[in-house]
Design a protein around this ligand. Sequence first.
Ligand SMILES: Cc1cc2nc3c(=O)[nH]c(=O)nc-3n(C[C@H](O)[C@H](O)[C@H](O)COP(=O)(O)OP(=O)(O)OC[C@H]3O[C@@H](n4cnc5c(N)ncnc54)[C@H](O)[C@@H]3O)c2cc1C
Length: 407
Amino acid sequence: MNTFVIVGGGLAAGKAAEALREHGHTGPLVVIGDEADRPYIRPPLSKGYLLGKEERDSIFVHPDGWYREHDVDLLLDTRARAVDPRARVVELADGRRVRYDKLLLATGSSPRRLTVPGADLDNVLYLRRVGDSERLKAAFTPGARIVVVGAGWIGLETAAAARLAGAEVTVLNHSALPLEKVLGREAAEVFAALHAEHGVDVLPRVEVESLTGTDGRVDGVRLADGRLLAADAVVVGVGITPNVRLAEEAGLEVRNGIVTDERLRTSEADIYAAGDVANAFHPLLGRRLRVEHWANALRQPEVAALGMLGKDAVYDRLPYFYTDQYDLGMEYTGYTEPGAYDRVVFRGERSERRFVCFWMAGRRALAGMSVNVWDVIDPIRDLVASGADLDDTRLADPDVPLDRVLS
Ligand SMILES: Cc1cc2nc3c(=O)[nH]c(=O)nc-3n(C[C@H](O)[C@H](O)[C@H](O)COP(=O)(O)OP(=O)(O)OC[C@H]3O[C@@H](n4cnc5c(N)ncnc54)[C@H](O)[C@@H]3O)c2cc1C
């Protein structure tokens, strides 16, 4: 009987195990993860769990006991050290060897580290694992001075959580506006205003020169312009890098993640990749894309599992992500980047933070977003996926239902 092995212990690994069992793999199934906890989802770590609104029990992909009940050999606290594609073996850090017939790499990603002097001081905090979230929660106390380095999703969500806990929060941003690189100026202004109204100081165009400390613990952030900001804790959210070392050393093609085709097959027969680590060819977009978002890690594994089972499946879902900050809830679908679109069309009021918008290239929508407007992400996805010629006036008119814009 074929043995299927999954390396990685996050959402993609948990969902892949589920899909393999659901789609008929009855043989041995091994999941190798280096965290102490069974697979869990990370979005609550910067939202509900960090805010104390969600219980620890609610973050897991499967209930306790699921792996045993489905005869999945879940090896926790176990690091895969190497993969030998010729021998079809995964070597573990303790020297054990696990043979596979098909292998899925779902090793995810890790936070990029600050490298400035002082970056290794205590209370310089990162956010990826559940323990990190608990450390942040302990640091976010009323009056604590929290400096957040980075104004991306993680930086802004942690800033909101710190502020809601009563901390004094400063966010350091490379560009003029938070999230400017992902959303562009028009939509980024909404997030800048949101944080300003909640009393967060977002400093534009700044560079960290060093972190200062007393007795090994951080107490300040020195900026390249000479300013020194006092800090009781520093949270670093400056992006992530895919965990590709195993794949690279095994000789797989790696370029901004593990390169796969639209079936999530890597350059090596019998090895698949899914989740944050996969740089997969996307048939609708006509290019490779590595997506660092929850929905991708939720849905790609089923396609990989079908491929491992010899069935034909392609991953062509448009990227999707969401954020919650204070009372703002946002969903986004599609893909665009600076320079790829020529305008943003809004439907609804930006100043009220209740609107839908579309990033347009000519008459096509490349991506769409809803802010505090609910149950519209499906028609937004349909409009983006249609690739059809769209009319700005109809897109912008709240009286034209989104599912009628095309007709
Ligand atoms: C705080 C936070 C908030 C987020 N919020 C959102 C959000 O609001 N919306 C959204 O869309 N996305 C969000 N994301 C992103 C989302 O969580 C990720 O896209 C998702 O976790 C990717 O899942 P994954 O299984 O591919 O990788 P990961 O979650 O990174 O899991 C990979 C696992 O494999 C383990 N591993 C790596 N190498 C080895 C090895 N050699 N041996 C054994 N185990 C190994 C890792 O330790 C890890 O446990 C958030 C992420 C974080 C950290």
